[in-house]
Design a protein around this ligand. Sequence first.
Ligand code: ZN
Length: 79
Amino acid sequence: MRSMSEGLGLQAGPADLLVSLIAETSSLTAFGADGVRQRGACPWHPDPSESLFTASGVWHCFACGAGGDAVGWIMRPTL
Ligand SMILES: [Zn+2]
């Protein structure tokens, strides 16, 4: 079990940075067999259904069409 936790530690990178940023405003839920993709509520439109998807350090909202990387998330104006 020690080697497993060390392996997870080595995976910390841009994808986890983005997830932690999004988690400040939205709750994310992992889905899919690999657990890499996550979905949550997009904070930039009135009906924040689970239209926001993120995987491998990029994000996209299928409701409002917004998307980008971690920098794009930071630069988006908040409501
Ligand atoms: Zn949206």
